[in-house]
Design a protein around this ligand. Structure first.
Ligand code: FEO
Length: 170
């Protein structure tokens, strides 16, 4: 489907394209993961750690550049939106980073113990993905229209440029 917004003011699609690639990457990694192999297990943890740090950076950029400014605009217009206020209020990313870090405790344990951890990790990743994809869709389908409504076109162009710069993507 063609984007609903001119590309130069669409603040979510480009960063989300990168985030969705990362989701695809870890989904493939976890499917073929060999938890019994200590070296491959460590590599998997390192890759997941990097992915979740990038998700965390994405969330920080959105909070700092988009959500905070959107809240100001809504407040100025006397509009309340629970969706905007609660957008990043859960600790899913922190929990995932902690779980991945916890995985290093299992690197020198038995194959069986690593496999038990692997099942837990796989389930947690599935659960995270089930929430993260709809979360990004909400931002694209609910928050982008709000931005279009409450920001000027020039403000959004500037915002998009900053968002892209901070993500280091193009
Ligand atoms: Fe774009 Fe809040 O993830």
């Amino acid at each position: 489907m063609a984007p609903l917004w001119p590309e130069e003011v669409d603040v979510f699609t480009v960063p989300h394209s990168r985030m969705k690639k990362l989701v695809h990457k870890y989904s493939k990694m976890i499917l073929s993961a060999d938890f019994a192999n200590e070296t491959r297990f460590k590599t998997l943890l390192q890759n997941l750690h990097n992915v979740f740090l990038e998700f965390k950076a994405h969330e920080r950029i959105e909070n700092m550049l988009i959500m905070r400014k959107l809240r100001y605009k809504l407040r100025a217009a006397s509009v309340t939106s629970a969706a905007v206020c609660n957008c990043h209020s859960d600790n899913r990313l922190t929990d995932m980073l902690e779980l991945v870090s916890d995985g290093y405790k299992w690197t020198d344990k038995t194959d069986y113990e690593r496999q038990v951890f692997g099942v837990k990790l796989r389930e947690a990743l599935e659960d995270f993905t089930e929430n993260f994809i709809p979360h990004m869709e909400e931002e694209e389908e609910v928050f982008q229209p709000m931005l279009m409504e409450y920001f000027s076109y020039e403000e959004l162009k500037d915002l998009k440029a900053k968002v892209i710069y901070e993500h280091g993507v193009s």
